[in-house]
Ligand binder design. Structure first.
Ligand code: CP
Length: 383
């Protein structure tokens, strides 16, 4: 025997004249046939090698084929939710849905972004955002470099923009930036040719957080136009609140913001929200209650509320949750302060709390964002 077919003819194992080694030919729909040596003279080993190659190509092909949807978001940066229209938001959510299933597989790896370079540049603490970008990039096959900003040349007086242009000279594909200065990601995006993702700039914006929150809500409700969502707590200092108000209202949800008077920004009247200082009134008929962390690092020099008093008035527990719709869900972007913004038992109650689901959705959203931005940049640069 000098040839054998496997997997309904998708794999052919054969021997060439003058060669002792088994060859393999693998053909999958919409992919060119791959022919190569298996590197072995033993048929059984050759079959195993071909089957492994077949299954990795199949996974790659599934992702490629699923990714054929029309690209609606054509920009190369993601720095402000203000820049996104409803169709673009829906497109990003749709792209991310492909990765939710992928992330539940036993082997979570493909080569969509093989050979691409992504930098994590976090000038502020982070667990969720930094690691989920790292997981996202690695699952797509990209090389991710975590820059240890605390040990960088910024400590020697180098300006932030000089650091960014230095890294940009290494030809990265994406720079992911978290920094306390509002608007810094936009400034960086105008000075580099890599794609820039804003991973949180001061109290201003955190676009991927709002997108992952929207994806979490979409996985439960499908239609945003029938939803009333409460965003509660330290609205003034929260970039999450701002980005969520913009994204969720563009998707059609009604938004109530609830918080102490001193933490409600002056310009709320310019945003499509109803404003409350009372949890009972603000939570009425809400399908989702999104709690916010008190941004202690941004309340420097001001009087902090007593945590017990704050929890009594604004912390979410089972009692206050009763003011919302029956079976309303609870969200929190994290990191959360148990017993300050949210009751610990409620936070862990998987029948009501979507907090861990938000983290899982974060990886899918960030995979989608990396994939979309890198492809858009390829089109602009015409590689
Ligand atoms: N939600 C959020 O941005 O969390 P990290 O600060 O841990 O990234």
């Amino acid at each position: 025997m000098n040839s054998k077919f496997l997997k309904s003819g998708h794999i052919k194992i054969y021997k060439r004249e003058n060669s002792k080694f088994w060859q393999m030919k693998i053909k999958l729909p919409k992919l060119k046939a791959i022919r190569s040596s298996t590197g072995t003279k033993i048929l059984k080993y050759a079959e195993n090698i071909a089957l492994k190659k077949f299954s990795s190509l199949k996974k790659y092909n599934e992702i490629k084929i699923k990714n054929k949807s029309k690209n609606i978001y054509k920009k190369i940066h993601l720095v402000e939710t203000e820049d996104l229209n409803k169709k673009e938001i829906e497109f990003i959510l749709q792209e991310a849905i492909k990765f939710i299933k992928f992330n539940k597989k036993r082997i979570k790896k493909n080569n969509l972004l093989e050979g691409r370079t992504v930098f994590n540049l976090f000038f502020e603490d982070s667990t969720r955002t930094r690691t989920s970008f790292e997981v996202a990039a690695k699952r797509l096959g990209a090389d991710l470099i975590n820059v240890a900003v605390k040990d960088s040349s910024i400590n020697k007086g180098e300006t932030l923009l000089d650091t960014m242009t230095t890294i940009n000279s290494m030809n990265p594909d994406v720079l992911i930036v978290r920094h306390p200065e509002e608007g810094i990601s936009k400034k960086i995006s105008m000075n580099v040719d890599a794609s820039v993702i804003n991973a949180g700039d001061g109290s201003h914006e955190h676009p991927t957080q709002a997108l992952l929150d929207a994806l979490t809500i979409k996985s439960r409700f499908k239609n945003f136009t029938k939803l009333k969502i409460a965003i509660c707590g330290d609205i003034l200092h929260s970039r999450v609140a701002r980005s969520n108000i913009i994204i969720l209202s563009k998707l059609g949800a009604k938004i109530n913001v609830i918080g102490p008077k001193e933490w409600l920004p002056q310009n709320l009247n310019k945003l499509p929200v109803k404003v409350f200082t009372d949890m009972k009134k603000g939570l009425k008929n809400c399908n989702i209650v999104m709690m916010l962390r008190i941004q202690k690092e941004r309340i420097v020099g001001k009087i902090m509320p007593n945590e017990k008093t704050y929890f009594k008035k604004y912390g979410l527990d089972y009692n206050k949750l009763q003011y919302a719709k029956k079976n309303a869900f609870v969200m929190h972007p994290g990191p959360m302060n148990r017993g300050v913004e949210i009751d610990s038992e409620l936070a862990d109650d998987v029948t009501r709390s979507l907090i861990q689901e938000q983290v899982a959705m974060g990886v899918a959203i960030r995979m989608a964002c990396l994939d979309i931005l890198i492809k858009n940049r390829d089109n602009v640069l015409s590689y």
